[in-house]
Design a binder for this molecule. Structure first.
Ligand SMILES: Cc1cc2nc3c(=O)[nH]c(=O)nc-3n(C[C@H](O)[C@H](O)[C@H](O)COP(=O)(O)OP(=O)(O)OC[C@H]3O[C@@H](n4cnc5c(N)ncnc54)[C@H](O)[C@@H]3O)c2cc1C
Length: 353
């Protein structure tokens, strides 16, 4: 945009070249042709092979894949205490915060992968980790506004990204330093800021209806204090607590970004195997993501559901094409404890309705 100038664009182009990311420089008209809702004041645009994922299915497909390999999950269950015996963790106590059920779990090895909660988790074992907690808020429109992810071409700052996700678009984000990891909320000033900034890129935002907002906390591991949390490294920390604290069977993995999650898992598995004396290296990075090939766009979902419709099948949520059978199947699994568990698995009611 005119107020951003072209200096950052040129730096961005050079950096992409260094990182081997292909770019196409677009004129104003070419950009508007691809994405008609862009602000027509734009000077130029850069097309890169960016993309977005559905985080709900990514997490669930990974969990299902892990279950096939012998893992089990306790939903809505927190580790509340850690039992240490000399230089080893011997067990944890966990509590289901819906049903109150307590679990005592013996541990041969314990991996702390609690994201922004990593320091609080370590406190249970008398340890700690210097982290910055950076809240980011997002708002969701009732319709998909662009076909592509649109990023403002300037140094990272508030309200500089619009991400299409299925039938809706997500506007992000803010960055606010917090001292705590619980009870954080999206404030009205953040919503106003996001709308103001993003409507510079996409003017139609000013008159768009919003259906939801949410916030998350970025787990940033602190190498040193810096002014803006976005400047803190998004690299991840993998800590062998045997080396750092003399606790033999504890590993922490935190920081990073969702985009690096497979690399984080790979390095963590390799470290665990090394500690267990197992020679095999992690191989998941050579395999396709779990869930590959599952229908994700609405046309494909409709095709999948259609055969059941003539035989008493029913669509429960028109916006996200969720069939009665899919909903009943997920209820039958029995491990779901609240409404969000169902919505995350089916996308029921995640759209305009
Ligand atoms: C606003 C925002 C925008 C972002 N945008 C992007 C982006 O565009 N691209 C990108 O790649 N990344 C992005 N990220 C970063 C990404 O979301 C995080 O890096 C990622 O979610 C971290 O994953 P994680 O599994 O380490 O932690 P989390 O996803 O936070 O998972 C940690 C889990 O541990 C659980 N837990 C905590 N304490 C305990 C306990 N005592 N016992 C049991 N369980 C516990 C928590 O409930 C939680 O489920 C963004 C983050 C935010 C906040």
């Amino acid at each position: 945009l005119p107020e951003d100038g072209l200096e950052f664009r040129d730096l961005f182009l050079k950096s992409c070249e260094k990182a081997d990311i292909p770019t196409t420089l677009l004129t104003r008209d070419e950009a508007l042709n691809l994405e008609p809702e862009l602000n027509s004041d734009l000077l130029s645009a850069v097309e890169v092979p960016d993309g977005s994922i559905d985080p709900f299915s990514l997490v669930i497909e990974n969990a299902r894949d892990a279950e096939k390999h012998g893992a089990s999950f306790l939903l809505h269950t927190d580790v509340r205490s850690i039992q240490v015996d000399k230089d080893k963790i011997i067990g944890v106590r966990a509590k289901d915060h819906f049903q109150g059920e307590e679990h005592i779990i013996d541990t041969r090895y314990l991996i702390n992968a609690t994201g922004a909660w990593a320091n609080r988790f370590l406190n249970l074992a008398g340890l700690g980790l210097d982290m910055a907690l950076s809240k980011g808020s997002m708002i969701i429109t009732n319709q998909r506004i662009t076909q592509r992810v649109i990023n403002r071409c300037r140094r990272p700052s508030d309200g500089d990204i619009l991400v299409p996700n299925g039938l809706v678009s997500i506007l992000g984000t803010t960055s606010i330093r917090l001292d705590y990891v619980e009870n954080f909320e999206v404030t009205s000033s953040e919503v106003a800021l996001l709308m103001k900034e993003i409507s510079r890129m996409i003017p139609v935002i000013q008159g768009t209806r919003f259906i939801r907002s949410y916030a998350g906390i970025r787990p940033l591991v602190l190498p040193e204090e810096k002014e803006d949390d976005r400047a803190i490294s998004r690299g991840f920390a993998l800590i062998d607590h045997e080396k750092r604290d003399g606790l033999k069977n504890l590993i922490t993995v935190t920081g990073g970004k969702l985009i690096t999650y497979r690399l984080m898992a790979e390095k963590t598995s390799d470290l665990l195997c090394q500690k267990m004396g197992i020679q095999t290296s992690c191989s998941t990075h050579l395999k396709s993501l779990p869930g590959k090939g599952k229908p994700c766009d609405l046309k494909e979902r409709l095709k999948e559901i259609r055969p059941a419709l003539g035989k008493g099948g029913e669509i429960i949520c028109d916006c996200e094409i969720v069939g009665r059978k899919e909903l009943e199947d997920s209820l039958k699994k029995g491990d779901l404890k609240d409404l969000q568990d169902i919505l995350h698995r089916t996308r029921l009611a995640k759209g305009t309705c």
